[in-house]
Design a protein around this ligand. Structure first.
Ligand code: MG
Length: 387
């Protein structure tokens, strides 16, 4: 493949069928904590050969779409039509102003297509005689004709293929074929063959199965693996005038306060950084800049809740968090269980997954001199990765 080749992927997600269950069109139903469409889009966006991705939707599902793809690098979605063929045509026409070299047309329901399938598709275009390429699997089971509960004949399974998506084409060729196509075509291969185009067969993969029936969602869940992530956070705040401090979301009476732009809760700040670290999402200052007046005196529970939201948006499960407060005073022990309960509440965790510990530094250093409080935290998270 020439490195300059521009490869665009269109995801067709305009269907409104709810027979797969869950009460929403299946592309918006969650698998391993994330909508099927998000899995599909993430997979294509991360593939190194794919330059850009767009999605064709039913405009009536715009709110579901916005939630499903929040934070992903996608352009404004394209409004689909009454049939799949119309929706693909709309997606192709939307590219006319900036035509790619190659276009992939993919069904959102085949959300778990492995990278190797896309590698083979793109590689097929090294042959200049090829107009398109489609992943397919050989038909292994015998095929028989039948009606009224009785077999009536056989079908030769040789040379029969089970066709998958994405289906890839040179963009100008597919656009012309689509514009000329009769209605009622089931996929791009059918349209391309009708137009006399040459379509290569590339290796399909069982993991690119189409999620259709309720049982398919259970199958998709079993394909999910989790990678564990652990990250730490650290924070310090200085004592100043006052009669209380906030620590781990609990107000603790003290003969000093803590100085900070927000409520100076070093425990929650350290834990927020630890959670952000599990998804490599920067630090608390990136998300809540001290220069922003909105965060003056702000309660730090919202920082922690935001970090937890980002982790869950990535398909993450928070397994455990652990905070160590480092100070001579105030005494943490009497407040420890209240702190654990408050953190558990903010994160939506069972309290046995929340640990709060305290230590002194034997009167050494700034904490020993009671100039300020330090906190360190650790978070363990599992991120879902569907194979
Ligand atoms: Mg801080």
């Amino acid at each position: 493949m020439r490195p300059t080749m521009r490869v665009h992927a269109i995801i067709v997600a305009a269907g409104s069928g709810i027979r797969a269950g869950g009460g929403v069109p299946k592309q918006y139903r969650a698998v391993a904590g994330q909508p099927l469409l998000r899995h599909a889009a993430q997979r294509l966006l991360r593939h190194p050969a794919i330059t850009s991705v767009s999605v064709v939707i039913n405009p009536g599902c715009r709110a579901l779409y916005n939630d499903a793809v929040a934070g992903l690098a996608l352009p404004e979605p394209v409004a689909g039509g009454a049939t799949r063929q119309d929706s693909v045509a709309a997606g192709l026409e939307a590219l006319v102003a900036h035509p790619p070299d190659i276009v992939l047309v993919h069904d959102a329901a085949r959300a778990f297509v492995p990278d190797t399938v896309i590698d083979a598709l793109v590689a097929a275009f090294a042959d200049p005689a090829v107009d398109g390429a489609c992943p397919a699997l050989p038909q292994i089971d015998s095929l028989r004709r039948g009606q009224n509960g009785r077999f009536s004949g056989s079908v030769d399974r040789d040379n029969l293929w089970r066709v998958q998506t994405p289906q890839a084409f040179r963009y100008p060729a597919l656009l012309a074929a689509h514009r000329a196509a009769a209605p009622g075509q089931t996929d791009e291969v059918a349209i391309a063959l009708a137009a006399g185009l040459t379509v290569a067969i590339t290796p399909g993969d069982e993991r690119a199965f189409k999620v259709t029936e309720p049982a398919d969602f259970a199958k998709a869940e079993t394909m999910t693996t989790y990678s564990s992530r652990a990250a730490s956070g650290f924070d310090v705040h200085k004592f100043g005038p006052g009669d209380h401090v906030w620590l781990c979301g609990v107000r603790v009476a003290h003969d000093h306060g803590l100085i900070g732009h927000s409520d100076a809760d070093a425990g929650l700040h350290a834990l927020t950084d630890a959670l952000l670290g599990t998804i490599a999402a920067g630090d608390i200052g990136d998300h809540f800049p001290p220069s922003d007046e909105r965060w003056r005196g702000a309660a730090s529970d919202q920082f922690l809740a935001h970090a937890a939201h980002l982790v869950r948006e990535r398909g993450g499960i928070i397994d455990h968090v652990d905070v160590t407060l480092i100070c001579e005073r105030p005494k943490v022990g009497p407040h420890r269980d209240a702190m654990r309960a408050r953190i558990a509440e903010i994160l939506g965790l069972a309290i046995d997954r929340v640990s709060v510990k305290a230590t002194t530094t034997e009167k050494l250093g700034f904490t020993g001199r009671q100039e300020g409080i330090a906190a360190q935290a650790m978070a363990s998270v599992r991120l879902a990765e569907t194979a």
